[in-house]
Design a protein around this ligand. Structure first.
Ligand SMILES: Cc1cc2nc3c(=O)[nH]c(=O)nc-3n(C[C@H](O)[C@H](O)[C@H](O)COP(=O)(O)OP(=O)(O)OC[C@H]3O[C@@H](n4cnc5c(N)ncnc54)[C@H](O)[C@@H]3O)c2cc1C
Ligand code: SF4
Length: 332
């Protein structure tokens, strides 16, 4: 592991002031919250910061259900949010996505902000033994294109990077139209989660719209009566402690026996959490039966591109949507 200095600030403003110095020397300073992802990357020499600023104890941990929204402090752990009684009853999609993530030990330590900023599980990114990785070393190439790419994305890819986004929670939150509160040196702002992660394009090392020194302070989710009629379907290689091969988050607003409005997001298939507006439009007014849902689900694959080992995801994502819509429709 590359040696680094751990900086502990007295409050969040002081931590942000320290983090803002990162711009002067590229990735010389990084933040750490629960450390469940960052420590792995440090141990494997994937990240080599000179200084790390600790956010533990400085971030808001409140989980606050208001009339119009749920607000989750970015320092809340995954376990705290999943176990919160009002999240479980009013936003079961969030609880489902979290409880289908990682393990109880990881969820006890990992924060919500850190979850949304976890790095990809692309094995070439996480192993410095592979020289080619544009995300880790810009301009070096991509070992996954033409390599082993079973876990990789089929939507939003570029010639520079095909890494899949890893967070389950982000998929559920995108389906719920969540917004992030972001704080940096001298300013606070709000960013729709759907616009927060960037497509890789020619700069896959730039993953979000965060500016130097900015931290996520909270997640806001609009409160809608419909948030209960939802489903998170996660397909993975083993039943627990595993990332998604494909996942589908669905929220339905029923109008009698027909779908009034559907909100759909996909995981495991996109280079960022992937919203499915075409599927949503096709489901409007439809009854929940396989004959209707299946053609609508097929629209999710428009523009998808397989890279060999991951071709199966194009069919699998459609099946995951069908199952998630059926499950959400059966939920009261
Ligand atoms: C064995 C294992 C299995 C896992 N399985 C899953 C899974 O199935 N599904 C899933 O979604 N995740 C899974 N994860 C990932 C896990 O959820 C993340 O590691 C965790 O959520 C990261 O949170 P953290 O607080 O530990 O972040 P850290 O490791 O501390 O930080 C992660 C990144 O976020 C940045 N950061 C953290 N907080 C903030 C903030 N508030 N503002 C700005 N930057 C910040 C850090 O600088 C760093 O770049 C798994 C992890 C492990 C170790
Ligand atoms: S897919 Fe992206 S993260 Fe993986 S090797 Fe290629 S450039 Fe690196």
């Amino acid at each position: 592991m590359h040696p680094f200095t751990l900086e502990r600030a007295g409050d969040l403003s002081a931590a942000i002031a320290l983090g803002a110095h990162a711009g002067r020397n590229d990735a010389a300073i990084e933040y750490i919250a629960g450390g469940t992802d960052m420590v792995q990357l440090l141990q494997e020499n994937v990240r080599r910061p000179a200084r790390i600023v600790a956010l533990a104890g400085l971030l808001d941990r409140d989980i606050d259900l208001r009339d119009d929204r749920l607000r989750i402090g970015a320092g809340s752990t995954m376990a705290e949010v999943a176990a919160h009684p009002q999240v479980a009853t009013d936003f079961p999609l969030i609880a489902d996505a979290l409880l289908n993530s990682a393990s109880p030990q990881v969820r006890n330590q990992a924060t919500i902000g850190g979850n949304l900023l976890q790095r990809t599980r692309c094995p070439y990114f996480r192993d410095v033994g592979y020289a080619q990785c544009n995300k880790r070393t810009p301009g070096s190439g991509c070992a996954a294109i033409g390599g082993e790419n079973r876990w990789h994305a089929v939507l939003g890819t570029s010639n520079a990077c095909i890494a899949a986004h890893a967070s389950d929670l982000a998929v559920a939150l995108v389906a719920l139209d969540a917004t992030l509160e972001v704080r940096g040196p001298g300013r606070q702002r709000r960013v729709a989660l759907a616009d927060f992660h960037r497509l890789p394009g020619s700069t896959p090392h730039v993953e979000t719209v965060l500016d130097v020194g900015e931290v996520i302070t909270a997640v806001d989710i609009p409160r809608r009566a419909t948030a209960r009629q939802c489903s998170y379907v996660k397909v993975r290689d083993r039943a627990s402690f595993e990332f998604a091969i494909v996942s589908a988050a669905v929220v339905l607003q029923m109008d009698g026996d027909r779908i009034g409005q559907a909100r759909i997001a996909l995981g495991g298939v996109g280079t960022k959490p992937w919203r499915g507006p075409r599927v949503e439009a096709a489901l409007r007014g439809a009854r929940i039966d396989a004959a209707t849902i299946r053609p609508a689900a097929a629209l999710a694959s428009q523009g998808a591109r397989g890279y060999g080992h991951n071709d199966f995801k194009i069919e699998l994502m459609q099946r995951a949507i069908v199952r998630a819509v059926e499950t959400a429709g059966a939920r009261t």
